[in-house]
Design a protein around this ligand. Structure first.
Ligand code: UDP
Ligand code: UDP
Length: 460
């Protein structure tokens, strides 16, 4: 492993500033772990209080695994929710952090050695620029979704959203995205998410670079378009450093389903999980349950009944009803807790993944070569689902629409599970992505080279 401890004698010091939600925190901490392996000094900015217990747990596990990391804790100023036009606790937290960020000015300027680079979350670009430009520190954003989504983010301020004559946004060199596939808050006036898109999308040109959990094997064409001015002139370098590797500090203390999987034949189990920040409606939970049972496959299903884990208190039997619960436990394992998703996806017994298409989950499936049945719920997930289907990493049933808006019947779910589990083509394509992903993260692979290049640049 190379060292950032250059002959000049000072260590490369990087500050990482994640935003709210596990989908943002997880990739930041994976990047942090990689930088630590390259002997960087790290300051991790943590915003308090975090929204979910999952975030608090992960931050504590990370800090106890790496006591050398300097935690810069900052307390978010209270936000009046009426100005925010959203009831999503994670979006509210984005906005609250953005409005509190000035309090970080003096603690950041006091850091020693001075920062070599500042990496902020994609939702904190204006805030990050405010801090980094005053202090004259190179600033990067970590984009926590796909390169396709990044091209939308870059192009959005120039897109004619309100033009009623078209149902699409046409992104140069990328293609058309139906308005119905856009993150739904972009279609609502004055939504926080829409404001972040419009304001920060315009400012990405001021960044020194954009780091992204992407790889050429999946999104080479889009990455090239972004990096050759074809999407938009004047973008900073977009540096693919994916796939991010899950690390030991992430292991939860919760009971592990791995022992159960150990006794099952290869590729015989369907894994179903919809990420960390969406709840499934009670009606849909029942349909998914009956679909899993009727698929004939064994399954491991992680249920989320509330958006924020602290509020997710009801037991599975209360949610499912006694009869369904009995059928479910005859054939599968149902959990309502944080699991080690990466370990599950990497288990030989798992043959398919019913996935909401949060980008971290997609890249984890690619890294482990597990085919996806895409079921987008919110945000960027439909854009990611289209991409997965196009690349053959999974299948997407367009008629299912947004998981948060439509109800899909159990029979239909069961039928599509069979289709995914029986598809030789999907299995082959997923295995191809796994091989490419492994190549990218090997010593001397694209991911390793990109990180080494960054550290060399930062240490100058
Ligand atoms: N995750 C996990 N266990 C769970 C739920 C989620 O390890 O029980 C991880 C998952 O592996 C991924 C992250 O949490 O790394 C969720 O990010 P993603 O972008 O997939 O979706 P989001 O939760 O933001 O919708
Ligand atoms: N949790 C987690 N990682 C862990 C343990 C728990 O993300 O290692 C999640 C868990 O799934 C639940 C929430 O944090 O949603 C509350 O966990 P716990 O029951 O341990 O309660 P706490 O001690 O945090 O009050």
């Amino acid at each position: 492993m190379s060292s950032s401890d250059q002959s000049s004698g000072h260590q490369t010091h990087v500050a990482l500033f994640p935003s709210a939600g596990m989908g943002h925190l997880v990739p930041f901490l994976r990047l942090a772990n990689t930088l630590l392996r390259h002997n960087c000094k790290l300051t991790l900015i943590t915003s308090h209080p975090p929204v979910s217990s999952a975030e608090s747990h992960l931050i504590s596990r990370f800090l106890s695994a790496f006591p050398q990391v300097n935690e810069l804790k900052f307390h978010i100023l209270p936000l009046d929710p009426s100005i925010a036009n959203s009831d999503d606790p994670f979006f509210l937290q984005f906005e609250a952090i953005r409005r509190s960020v000035h309090v970080l000015n003096s603690p950041i300027s006091a850091l020693s050695p001075p920062l070599s680079a500042f990496v902020c979350d994609v939702t904190l670009i204006s805030s990050g620029l405010l801090l980094a430009t005053t202090l004259n520190i190179p600033i990067y954003a970590l984009f926590t979704s796909s390169a396709k989504m990044l091209s939308l983010f870059a192009y959005y301020p120039f897109a004619k959203m309100s033009d009623p004559s078209t149902d699409f946004i046409r992104i140069p060199a990328i293609g058309s995205i139906p308005k119905t596939s856009l993150p739904p808050p972009l279609l609502i006036n004055n939504s926080i998410f829409g404001k972040i898109f419009a304001q920060d999308g315009q400012r990405i040109k001021e960044l020194n670079g954009i780091l992204i959990n992407a790889m050429d094997a999946i999104e080479g064409d889009t990455l090239t378009a972004l990096n050759t001015g074809k999407v938009l002139n004047g973008l900073p370098p977009v540096i693919p450093i994916g796939p991010f590797l899950p690390r030991d500090f992430e292991n939860p203390d919760a009971k592990s389903p791995i022992k159960w999987l150990d006794n099952l034949p290869p590729r015989s189990v369907v894994f179903a999980s919809f990420g960390s920040r969406t709840a499934t409606s009670r009606d849909q939970i029942k349909e998914i349950g009956s679909g899993l049972v009727s698929s004939g496959y064994r399954f491991l299903w992680v249920v989320k009944d509330k958006v924020v884990d602290k509020e997710d208190k009801e037991g599975l039997e209360e949610i499912m009803g006694e009869e369904l619960m009995k059928k479910l436990t005859e054939k599968g394992m149902v959990l309502k807790e944080w699991v080690n998703q990466q370990e599950i996806l990497g288990h030989r017994a798992v043959g398919g993944f019913i996935c909401h298409c949060g980008w971290n989950s997609v890249m984890e499936a690619a890294l482990k070569g597990v085919p996806i049945l895409a079921w987008p719920q919110i945000g960027d997930q439909m854009i990611n689902a289209e991409l997965i289907a196009k690349k053959g990493l999974g299948m997407w049933v367009e008629e299912w629409g947004w998981g948060q808006k439509c109800l899909v019947k159990g029979e239909e779910v069961g039928g599509r599970i069979k289709e995914m589990m029986e598809s030789e083509a999907l299995r082959k394509q997923a295995a191809k992505f796994r091989d490419e992903a492994i190549k990218a993260v090997e010593v001397g692979g694209s991911c390793d080279k990109a990180i080494q290049g960054l550290i060399r640049m930062w240490s100058k």
